[in-house]
Design a protein around this ligand. Structure first.
Ligand SMILES: [Mg+2]
Length: 198
């Protein structure tokens, strides 16, 4: 980890282009998602039981059932989800230091209005919001020339790392069991240190 971003950090004046996932990093959507799924299935699954990003496997429901449920409930989840603790404070700090923040999310553009409203409500600074409607973030990260991408989806993280992009994996119950040789963080305090420590 010592050499991670070391080139960038050789000068405190060098500005980074930071790619940042939204759900699980800035927006804490997991609890509300689990509550919706518990109501839908009648299960009583706890957040730490969600050891797989693909919740259809945890709940033993079909992809079609999940897609239908999300059509009905996703807007509400996006609207009501709380902020990840410290995300506002540290993103404001990073932005004020001149770093460029790109929010890169698999959310569909149909959730654009509600997402921008939520980001404004929580005072999240960002240069651009990229709503990809896909978990494949490689091309966007390459086009933006991000110095680092912060991600909680393990499969995304691996795909990005294999494409040569530096990734910090934000710990979540669904990614803890997987082997990851890159840096991990537990919270925004950790993440800020990883991004800025020299
Ligand atoms: Mg995420």
């Amino acid at each position: 980890m010592s050499s991670f971003l070391s080139q960038k950090k050789a000068s405190r004046w060098v500005k980074m282009i930071i790619g940042c996932d939204l759900d699980g990093i800035i927006c804490d959507n997991l609890l509300l998602l689990i509550e919706e799924l518990n109501t839908y299935t009648g299960e009583q699954i706890k957040i730490n039981d969600v050891t797989d990003y693909d919740v259809t496997r945890i709940y033993n429901i079909t992809r079609e059932q999940f897609i239908q449920l999300m059509k009905e409930r996703e807007e509400d989840i996006c609207d009501k989800s709380p902020l990840m603790p410290g995300a506002d404070k540290y993103l404001q700090k990073l932005a004020s230091q001149g770093h460029q923040i790109h929010i890169i999310t698999a959310r569909s553009p149909r959730l654009g209005k509600i997402t921008i409203k939520w980001l404004k409500r929580h005072k999240i600074p960002f240069h651009q919001l990229h709503m990809l409607n896909s978990h494949d973030k490689v091309e966007t990260c390459q086009q933006l020339k991000v110095d680092v991408m912060v991600e909680d989806n393990y499969n995304n993280a691996v795909q990005l790392a294999e494409a040569g992009i530096k990734v910090i994996l934000f710990n979540a119950p669904h990614n803890l069991k997987w082997k990851w040789t890159g840096p991990r963080c537990d919270n925004w305090n950790d993440l800020y240190k990883l991004l800025t420590d020299r």
